[in-house]
Design a protein around this ligand. Structure first.
Ligand SMILES: [Zn+2]
Length: 382
């Protein structure tokens, strides 16, 4: 497919710069205009639209075959401008093969973090068993070696009683494993789910185990928070950011409160990554919605458009080590594009806890391109 998207406002998520111009994709990758041979198969007029890299939903649950939380990424993502997703721990050491095999032919790229429990994230009220004895190094190495292009890290849920009395010992074991995997040449992010804190464990305790590039997800939850009693962001959180720890929203229905997000943003504590934590039971229900809804919500909360777009493209790509595969408009990178219109629209975003954001503009996807192929097209883009 030979495609040109003309007359748009190109937002480069890597540099956060904007310019008027055209984007060229040849044989599935971005190319220079002079390399764009012959007649374009598709010429898209993007006048009045933002043209940027295909979006990345860095926290969702995309293994839908045998997992009650799993959503079908091919159905949910393209209309949202999303071309790459990262499944956050739906697969464990014994079911990861099936999770990956049943989504191998997806149009949307599905990367995964492995949760080194037996069967990955388990729905409430059960929860996964997080005994460190299940962090079986040989099996984890085997999976990373077999699926090195798809498994890009390790995931652990903390809090909410999930640690089953093991405290943070499982996290310590996982960090040890990350080091071993990296020494064997594998990319390995560690993402930690911030849940309602277990007795005797503080936000600082969790963060003290995280290093540059590790992710602290559900940063704006309300039942445990990143704020001190006086409302300011905890010094240990600011210190972790300085060290390079990445903070992700991963809202879902219960894992983010709008008031905490407002509180952070008012102090200049913007999320590094905006993601959905989308799961099947709530994928169509109102509350915080798809990635484009959440990006729109943060835009209406005062974040600048380039910051919002970077938080759903380049930052997740950099964090998870996939910049050669997603999140940029670099020449030679896969031709994944989101064409989006910012339109005036009145809407009230609401969370499950009474928080609201009054919006007067929305980001509305017009066209989504995956490796040079159009996978979503708004009726007005014909
Ligand atoms: Zn999740």
């Amino acid at each position: 497919m030979n495609i040109v998207i003309k007359n748009g406002t190109i937002l480069d998520p890597k540099t956060k710069t904007m310019r008027e111009g055209d984007i060229y994709v040849r044989d599935g990758v971005f190319c220079e205009p002079k390399e764009h041979y012959g007649q374009a198969t598709e010429q898209i007029d993007a006048t009045g639209c933002i043209v940027t890299a295909g979006l990345i939903d860095a926290h969702m649950h995309a293994f839908h075959a045998d997992f009650p939380y799993g959503t079908n990424a091919d159905m949910m993502c393209p209309p949202s401008g999303v071309t790459t997703v990262i499944d956050q721990g739906s697969g464990g050491v014994y079911n990861m093969d099936m999770c990956l095999n049943t989504t191998e032919l997806s149009t949307v790229t599905i990367k995964a973090l492995l949760q080194p429990s037996m069967y990955g994230v388990q729905p409430a009220p059960y929860g996964e068993i997080q005994d460190p004895m299940y962090v079986t190094h040989e099996r984890v190495w085997e999976l990373f070696s077999k699926y090195h292009d798809r498994i890009i890290g390790l995931k652990l849920r903390t809090g909410g009683g999930l640690s089953c009395g093991f405290g943070l010992s499982t996290l310590k074991e996982i960090k040890k494993m990350q080091k071993e995997l990296r020494s064997r040449g594998y990319r390995c992010n560690v993402t930690v789910h911030f849940g309602p804190l277990d007795e005797g464990i503080t936000v600082g305790d969790i963060l003290s185990h995280l290093e540059k590039g590790d992710v602290f997800t559900h940063v704006f939850r309300g039942d445990s928070t990143i704020f001190a009693p006086d409302g300011s962001v905890l010094p240990e959180v600011l210190e972790a950011r300085k060290r390079g720890v990445i903070f992700d929203t991963a809202a879902s229905v219960v894992n983010m409160t709008i008031n905490c997000a407002k509180q952070g943003i008012s102090q200049g504590f913007l999320p590094d990554i905006i993601s959905t934590d989308m799961v099947r039971p709530t994928q169509y229900k109102r509350r915080l919605g798809s990635l484009i809804h959440q990006a729109s919500m943060f835009l209406n909360m005062g974040m600048e458009l380039p910051d919002v777009i970077r938080a759903v493209t380049y930052t997740p790509a950099l964090t998870y080590g996939i910049t050669s595969e997603a999140g940029t408009l670099d020449i030679g990178a896969p031709g994944d594009v989101a064409v989006i219109k910012a339109v005036p629209h009145k809407l009230t975003f609401a969370d499950s806890f009474g928080g609201e954001v009054k919006a007067d503009k929305m980001l509305v996807p017009q066209l989504t391109v995956k490796a040079g192929h159009i996978i979503y097209r708004d009726a007005l883009m014909y």
